[in-house]
Design a protein around this ligand. Structure first.
Ligand code: GDP
Ligand code: IMO
Ligand code: MG
Length: 433
């Protein structure tokens, strides 16, 4: 029995979707445990691109079960749209291969409206959220007024909860945010209808995972966002509203920590960030543009241009500690081909002193200057390389230095967006190549 967690170590978009799709071959169940449709996980299989926002990235594999855990906030309209889109591509979506936890919280139209109106009101100080209602939905969960998937299957409960919420939300929207009020009837009718369609999918995900584990099945847990977007451990307040760290695989799926056997952290070979917030190694120059263009760094959810910079090992070392990583996967290594020199930030300099961990204070962080190590780059196109031995010496040197600084092994190297553009050094499920 091996259960593996795949988690982002930076600010999201590390290539988690690709790695999860690739590792699904070795798993029986794939479980998302937090976040919502702020996530955009890209899979490229047989030349065709699929972007998963809510449905686990294992969905393209026949015969594997994909579960949406209680830790997510689910926009039912988006979920149904994603199911339809997959069907239009010939992927069968039925309760046989997809379940939604009855305890997952539901994103309502007022969550989206509040998210957008707040961002607008903040003007230049906005967080750059995805505008999908993620934060306001998690707020309601914690405030104990949220609507859960199971409530969509009980008309009375749904009606009552929408009424109570709308009274407060409409007051807030109109009186504080200068926005439009929302109408009860249309929300109730549409959520009741979506609840009817989703009913066969709404299950006890925690119980199913327990049964699967008892039968010796292998589970792959898929994180969304990244460690430095974590609401506790990230660059607060420039974070998302959930805990992407690996520990959430337990609370967000309904299992105990004893069930997690291997935590794999996804490390993009450089750093990117969408939305606002601090970014010590950001490159506002032609090297940044080069990486942005070669890496096609545009958001998979909002289409926004991603900010780019050098690999920041201070972030990665924090992630190793915060997630208890056993190994790392390096993605998008092919993007760096053609650079004469490649830099790795190994520490920060703060007010004349060296620091090896990201300070919590944004004021202190803004004074941090990256301390770089410079390595030689390589010219060769490595996107068709399939083994360690075929990699250019300079590429190996870059990887070995990352491994050395990490103190944990690199298990997977990704050299392109396609499933097969992967070098497995040590499979997190089997331990073998
Ligand atoms: P996620 O949110 O962590 O799943 O990552 P995204 O899907 O948002 O962003 C990663 C992007 O890089 C997607 O467009 C992927 O298709 C692409 N990608 C993933 N791995 C590689 C790689 O090794 N090389 C290149 N060139 N692209 C990759
Ligand atoms: P995946 O799973 C990158 C960012 C947003 C914004 C901040 C808060 O694809 O890696 P939110 O809508 O969550 O309240 O926005 O978090 N963000 C992401 N950035 N990848 C993601 O997901 C993200 N999900 C949220 O851009 O800065
Ligand atoms: Mg993404």
């Amino acid at each position: 029995m091996t259960n593996v967690v795949v988690v982002g170590t930076q600010w999201g978009d590390e290539g988690k979707g690709k790695v999860v799709d690739m590792l699904t071959e070795y798993a029986d169940l794939v479980v998302r445990y937090q976040g919502g449709n702020n996530a955009g996980h890209t899979l490229v299989v047989n030349g065709e691109q699929t972007i998963c926002h809510l449905i686990p990235s294992g969905i393209l594999h026949k015969g594997k079960r994909c579960l949406i855990g209680n830790g997510l906030v689910v926009d039912p309209e988006v979920l149904l749209g994603e199911m339809e889109e997959l069907r239009s591509k010939g992927v069968e979506i039925t309760p046989e291969n997809l379940s939604l936890s009855e305890k997952a919280h539901i994103i309502m139209p007022y969550h989206r409206a509040i998210d957008l109106a707040r961002e607008e009101a903040k003007g230049k100080k906005k967080l750059g959220t995805t505008g999908r209602g993620i934060g306001p939905c998690y707020e309601d969960k914690v405030a104990r007024v949220g609507i859960r998937a199971i409530d969509m299957t009980e008309p009375d409960t749904l009606s009552e909860k929408i009424k109570v919420n709308l009274e407060e939300k409409n007051f807030y929207l109109t009186e504080f945010l200068n926005s439009e009020p929302l109408d009860y009837d249309s929300i109730y009718e549409s959520y009741l209808r979506m609840g009817e369609i989703l009913k066969p999918y709404i299950r006890d995900v925690s119980l199913e995972i327990e049964k699967a584990i008892l039968k010796g099945k292998r589970i792959l847990f898929e994180g969304a966002q990244g460690t430095h977007l974590d609401v506790d451990h990230g660059t607060y307040p420039y974070v998302t509203s959930s805990n992407p760290v690996a520990g959430t695989a337990c609370s967000g799926a309904g299992i105990g920590p004893d069930k997690l056997n291997h935590i794999n952290g996804i490390v993009k070979a450089y750093t990117t960030r969408v939305g606002a917030g601090p970014f010590p190694t950001e490159l506002n120059d032609e090297t940044g543009d080069y990486i942005q263009e070669r890496g096609a760094e545009f958001g998979a959810t909002t289409g926004r241009r991603r900010r780019c910079g050098w690999l920041d090992m201070v972030l990665i070392k924090d992630s190793i500690r915060l997630n208890g990583l056993n190994s790392i996967s390096i993605t998008k290594l092919d993007v760096l081909s053609g650079l004469k020199k490649i830099k790795i930030c190994v520490e920060y300099e703060l007010d004349g002193e060296r620091v090896g961990s990201r300070p919590a204070s944004l004021k202190r962080l803004s004074r941090c200057k990256p301390v770089y190590e410079e390595l030689p780059g390589w010219d060769q196109d490595i996107s068709s390389v399939r083994s360690w031995d075929e990699l250019p010496d300079e590429t190996k040197r870059y990887l070995l230095r990352i491994q050395e600084l990490s103190g944990i092994p690199i298990s997977i190297v990704s050299v392109g967006p396609m499933r097969e553009q992967t070098i497995i050094l040590s499979n997190p499920f089997t331990g073998g190549p």
